[in-house]
Design a protein around this ligand. Structure first.
Ligand code: PGA
Length: 264
């Protein structure tokens, strides 16, 4: 695992957007196959999406041959609800880039058979060729997608129950009322994410510091599902200074030295 530590979230977001664009462009140079991209929602990726939209408009990257799969969606929330992840993705990314509508995949939290929806999602990811890059955020409890503590690190796309902590954190999008936050979601599994050739996780702000400590210096454990990246050949966590506030000085120096040596 690599930790890219930028001075603030703005620079971390720019780094992530440019990294994703470079990877899309690099594949397009050598292959006609689509670039398969995993995407996330939340406050964290907004600036990265804004930079990607700018790059598309400036002709620096194109999503015409990108197929995307989002990591999760609430169960039972209408797609048109302003806080559905369908709404979020269109507002913050898809309305501003050139990705064909048929290439966009988001789990349907209103499907009549939720298990069948999850199974079909895994099959569609495999049929697309598997992920080239998965972009994610992390929860304050170290969750990746909605894989809350005690989710198996081998998990696949399925129906999950949100913890009370996550519903309290997400209540800020629902007028501060946790009772309005859906109790369940559909989520890709930890293994769905770690199967990706590359995983890029964004973590900004002091509220993520404990999760970053657990992910980087803690055990490989279902207690902090993003710790699964410890076993990934190409896992990158992009942080700001605040998010690395709880790692050891020596760990900080190590990751900074790698970043400098590899000019990341
Ligand atoms: P956030 O959510 O970006 O809004 O902090 C991240 C997450 O819960 O995975």
């Amino acid at each position: 695992m690599k930790l890219i530590i930028k001075e603030n979230s703005a620079n971390g977001s720019l780094w992530a957007a440019r990294h994703i664009a470079e990877k899309i462009n690099a594949k397009a140079k050598v292959s006609d196959k689509p670039f398969v991209l995993g995407l996330c929602t939340g406050s964290t990726p907004i600036e990265t999406y804004a930079e990607l939209a700018r790059m598309v408009k400036a002709g620096e990257v194109s999503f015409k041959n990108v197929i995307s799969f989002n990591m999760d969606e609430y169960v039972g929330l209408p797609e048109s609800h302003p806080e559905s992840y369908h709404s979020f993705m269109h507002k913050n990314l898809f309305d501003h880039i050139d990705e064909p509508a048929e290439n966009i995949h988001i789990l349907n939290g209103n499907a009549p058979d939720l298990d069948a929806e999850c199974e079909a999602y895994e099959k569609a990811i495999a049929a697309a060729g598997g992920f080239d890059l998965f972009l994610g955020g992390i929860g304050e409890d170290g969750h990746i997608a909605f894989n809350e503590p005690f989710s198996p690190l081998t998990s696949r796309t399925r129906v999950v129950t949100l913890t009370e902590d996550t519903r309290i954190v997400n209540s800020r999008f629902f007028g501060g009322d946790m009772n309005l936050v859906p109790k369940q979601a559909l989520s890709v599994g930890v293994a769905t994410v770690t199967d990706s050739k590359e995983v890029v996780i964004l973590a900004f702000g002091p509220k993520k510091a404990r999760a970053i400590h657990d992910a980087v210096e803690g055990a490989y454990s279902h207690m902090c599902t993003v710790s699964a990246l410890q076993n990934h050949q190409n896992g990158i966590i992009v942080c700001d200074e605040a998010a690395v506030g709880e790692i050891k000085v020596n760990s900080y120096k190590y990751f900074k030295a790698v970043e400098l040596a590899e000019k990341l």
